[in-house]
Design a protein around this ligand. Structure first.
Ligand code: C2E
Ligand code: CA
Ligand code: CA
Ligand code: CA
Length: 275
């Protein structure tokens, strides 16, 4: 037993060390990555579940490091957040996404773009001003912009959060509460937040068509609060059908498309269909 304990401890230490090493490696290579042009933005369609038509495109950050290769945002975004780099990188994503949606509008496509905003960015002094300038400089109407926020951004200071939300709304932008259902206090504060949409976390979508109980509650809630509902992580036809039966009008997931580079989206917009 003693020997076993020692080995387990050793393995734990090694994992810890490997984790710390990886983190340091990420930090090192993320510094200056924006200036070196290592980031890009991919786009994933958010579709009308009945017609299959794309109504919005979610902008998803991608990092290709010459040294580390492609790293998942699930791994590097938290590092950007810890180093406050997300403020600068997030501002770049916003401009890049607005520039693209401007191009799609010019090509005759009526779509909006959905941009992820981290808590740090949202709470950063001049977020509203940043959005206002990005809209002005790209010439895109605020109504073409959806900002995806998680509850951690909004509950840190609900009053100030709401003030920012109102200011964003005067710009025409709309706000979607991302990863809904995964936080702690979703239900208790939801009625106090002026958000426009809910994005149901994929963990609740991926148990469909099996367990519908949670989705049923959410759908009742969203219709009561008059919130638009988007299901993420839709991977199967059975899930799409179940969501429609439950009254969820919009979805996003591999069933429709993976996130794609911008130049592949234009072709996609022309003939999007339910697979
Ligand atoms: P998220 O905002 O919840 O984005 C949805 C994630 O689900 C994306 O992962 C997307 O590729 C993935 N996904 C889409 N459809 C499916 C599906 O059918 N099945 C499964 N299993 N997954 C699906 P991705 O691109 O790896 O991004 C991970 C997270 O990184 C995002 O989660 C978001 O929290 C963060 N992130 C990405 N880009 C940005 C950004 O520009 N700014 C900030 N602050 N965070 C970002
Ligand atoms: Ca999102
Ligand atoms: Ca999400
Ligand atoms: Ca997420």
């Amino acid at each position: 037993v003693k020997q076993h304990g020692r080995n387990a401890w050793r393995a734990y230490e090694e994992r810890l060390e490997a984790g710390a090493h990886r983190r340091l490696q990420l930090e090192t290579h993320l510094a200056g990555a924006l200036e070196r042009g290592e980031f890009s933005v991919h786009y994933q369609p958010i579709v009308d579940l009945v017609s299959g038509r794309t109504r919005s495109l979610e902008a998803l950050l991608r990092w290709s490091s010459p040294e580390l290769g492609t790293v998942s945002p699930a791994e590097f975004v938290p590092v950007l957040e810890q180093r406050s780099l997300i403020v600068k990188v997030g501002a770049w994503v916003l401009r890049e996404a607005l520039r693209r949606v401007g191009e799609w509008h010019a090509a005759g496509h009526d779509v909006t773009v959905s941009v992820n905003v981290s808590s740090l960015q949202f709470q950063h002094g001049d977020f509203v001003e940043l959005v206002r300038c990005a809209l002005r400089d790209t010439g895109v109407s605020g109504s073409a912009l959806v900002l995806e926020l998680t509850e951690s951004a909004l509950i840190a200071d609900a009053d100030e959060g709401n003030a920012t939300l109102c200011a964003l709304r005067t710009l025409g932008a709309r706000v979607s509460l991302d990863d809904f259902g995964t936080g702690y206090s979703s239900l208790s504060y939801l009625h106090r937040l002026s958000v426009d949409k809910l994005k149901i976390d994929k963990s609740f979508v991926q148990i469909l068509p099996g367990d519908c109980a949670f989705m049923e509650v959410i759908m009742r809630l969203t219709s009561h609060l008059r919130l638009e509902c988007v299901a993420e992580g839709v991977e199967s036809e059975a899930q799409r059908e179940t969501l429609l039966q439950l009254g969820c009008p919009f979805g996003q997931g591999f069933l429709f498309s993976r996130p794609l580079p911008a130049d592949m989206i234009l072709a996609f917009l022309d003939d999007i269909r339910i697979p």
